[in-house]
Design a protein around this ligand. Structure first.
Ligand code: F6R
Length: 616
């Protein structure tokens, strides 16, 4: 939510900032803007509502002089609509200071009143301009940007990453973080700041994750980090695992198409290094100690959106293999229900970004109550894994499209690995079951590749269904969360009403929705490995078909039982029932993408959304 980039160094600052904003645009695209201190010592701001391309147009009409210090922002609107005036950067100290912000300053009304009482005129509706005003006044009083930050940040309530530069201190950017992400990129004679490493990965892969309630000061020659009181803080450098190419669209029509195609590797890379013979061994869990893992009597998975559906799939497998009760809770509901927790509870958070505020707050709540926390995360050194007792990274590579695809598959994979690890340590998993699951993982990437190859069939289907106004998805057991995920994908990128149901629930109400021609995707479990569920779902298909539904059945190859009742059949490779979700979701992802494309929508940047939801 909001992308932030900062640069100090010898290169063309506008180019560096635009490159960073292009890679960060998935964090928000309501407006974009930059501020540059040029060689003449002037501070110039260019900003515009809409996507980054609109800012680029503005810059070509009205270029900015060469400079070596600059900040850039891409916005997901919170305070105030997506207008030019509300776009960041905002100015303080009579236009000499520029500030960008990710987060929400909750006490902005009181600060605004203070500024207005002092005769300061504000031009936007944003909380950010208020902070720029207050910071500007402190700079005027103290004559030092760092000191001004120290004076202002303790006064702000809410969440923020702030980056500011002042005309009178060229070659310096000061940044502070409180519950919002901030990373530093370390260069040679140049340094960078970003909301995530994508902001600077084209220029350097050496990075530092700034800790909570710290201030970072960058100049071309150095980086300093202090706490809010100004005491120096040591920092640790890490190497970004992927390069700029991994976050490029390559030749694909969209990031989402590219990421759907990368799913076989996402699975393979997440499994790699975690299998020993017929067993799963996750070094990060080993570090917690087997006694701790044996003592756990309950697991709560917390996550939001797609990640929560991965959690729901994972819960079935963890219960089956580790014989621990597992429940899945939405992060934003978790702490409000006064959950019953004990030192034998384990909370597993699932988050692609590792920065989702709702999930972070839930994890913090769990930590405060003495619960062991494990993070399943795709983003190196993000806040949630750093706060947790253990981090089990998914290795899906950078996910840029707002709609999650490869991260979802990698999250299910990681949760399954956790289930197998726990089952081994707790001796609840028979060796032959462990070996069977390991064998499934060995062939899974190839099967996911085959599922990806359903694309052309799905594209044809989507073409025929381009005018569809509502789609339903049915599944049982692990197929149920996949039905929910299929519906979510369609809603978020094709803006089509869609709902997912547990197939058994249908006759308790939703079957009333079935009318002539109503499209229903049905996820049919394997008749070989789940015969009982299979026969029940075939009955469900007959029930909806009798009421006029257009049935699109997703089956394993060779299953002919649904042919008499299905209008369309999508065939997937054979897998054990627990592993079928990793294949079934793929055609549903393609379906959403193709319908979105057919409607002429922006697949990667759907309206009103942002990839990383860093506000509650
Ligand atoms: C949907 C989607 C979201 C995210 C959710 C959690 O396609 O991507 O529902 O899954 O916002 O995000 P993370 O995983 O970053 O915590």
């Amino acid at each position: 939510m909001c992308g932030i980039v900062g640069y100090v160094g010898p290169n063309d600052t506008v180019d560096v900032l635009i490159n960073g904003l292009r890679r960060l645009e998935y964090r928000g695209y309501d407006s974009a803007g930059i501020a540059v201190v040029d060689e003449a010592g002037d501070l110039t701001v260019r900003k515009r509502s809409g996507k980054l391309a609109r800012l680029e147009e503005l810059l070509s009409e009205s270029p900015v002089g060469e400079g070596h210090t600059g900040i850039g922002h891409t916005r997901w609107a919170t305070h105030g609509g997506p207008t030019d005036a509300n776009a960041h950067p905002h100015l303080g100290d009579n236009g000499k200071l520029a500030l960008i912000h990710n987060g929400i300053v909750e006490n902005f009304a009181e600060l605004r009143a203070e500024l207005e009482a002092a005769g300061v005129t504000l031009e936007s509706e944003t909380d950010t301009e208020v902070v720029a005003g207050i910071l500007g006044r402190e700079f005027a009083r103290l004559g030092d940007l760092e000191a001004a930050f120290r004076a202002v940040v303790p006064r702000l309530h809410g969440t923020f990453t702030l980056l500011a530069t002042h005309r009178d201190e060229p070659g310096k950017i000061v940044a502070a973080r409180h519950h919002s992400p901030l990373v530093v990129g370390l260069g040679d004679g140049e340094n960078f700041l970003g909301s995530d490493v994508a902001a600077f990965v084209s220029f350097t892969r050496r990075a530092v994750a700034v800790n909570e309630d710290n201030i970072a000061i960058i100049t071309p020659d150095g980086v300093r980090v202090t706490d809010f009181a100004g005491a120096p803080v040591e920092y640790r450098e890490f190497e970004v695992e992927w390069d700029a190419e991994a976050a490029d669209k390559g030749g694909w029509s969209s990031f989402m198409a590219k990421e759907i195609n990368e799913q076989p590797e996402a699975v393979a890379n997440t499994v790699r290094g975690r299998i020993e013979g017929d067993h799963v061994v996750i070094p990060e869990l080993e570090a917690l100690g087997d006694d701790v893992l044996r003592g756990i009597d309950r697991i709560i998975i917390i996550a939001c959106g797609t990640a929560s559906y991965a959690g729901q799939v994972g819960a079935y497998a963890i219960e089956q293999w580790a014989r621990i009760p597992v429940e899945v809770q939405l992060s934003h509901e978790f702490r409000y229900r006064d959950p019953v927790l004990s030192d034998r509870t384990m909370v597993i958070s699932v988050s692609q970004s590792g920065e989702t505020m709702d999930t972070l707050m839930a994890v913090k709540y769990a930590i405060e109550r003495g619960v062991k926390t494990v993070s399943v995360c795709n983003t190196q050194s993000a806040t949630i894994p750093r706060e947790s007792d253990a981090a089990v990274y998914t290795h899906a590579g950078p996910e840029v499209a707002v709609a999650s695809t490869k991260a979802f598959i990698a999250q299910i994979t990681a949760l399954y690995l956790i289930g197998l690890h726990l089952g081994r340590v707790r001796e609840t998993l028979a060796p032959e079951d462990s070996a069977a699951a390991v064998a499934q993982f060995e062939t899974l990437p190839e099967k996911v590749r085959e599922a990806v190859e359903t694309h052309d069939q799905i594209a044809q289907l989507a073409h025929w269904m381009a005018d569809t106004r509502s789609v339903l998805f049915l599944g049982r057991h692990v197929g149920y969360p996949i039905a929910l995920e299929g519906a979510l994908k369609l809603k978020e990128i094709a803006y089509i009403h869609a709902e997912g149901f547990a197939a058994g629930e249908l006759k308790h109400g939703p079957i009333a929705l079935i009318d002539h021609g109503q499209p229903v995707f049905v996820l049919v479990p394997s008749p070989r490995t789940a015969p009982l569920m299979h026969s029940k779902i075939v009955s469900n298909i007959q029930e909806i078909r009798a009421r006029g539904a257009r049935v699109i059945a997703v089956v394993e190859k060779g299953d002919t039982s649904v042919l008499p009742y299905a209008d369309d059949v999508i065939r997937l490779p054979l897998a054990d029932a627990l592993f079928e979700p990793l294949l079934q979701v793929v055609p549903l992802q393609w379906f959403a993408l193709e319908l979105s494309t057919a409607k002429g929508l922006d697949v990667d940047q759907p309206r009103n959304l942002a990839k990383s939801v860093t506000v509650e």
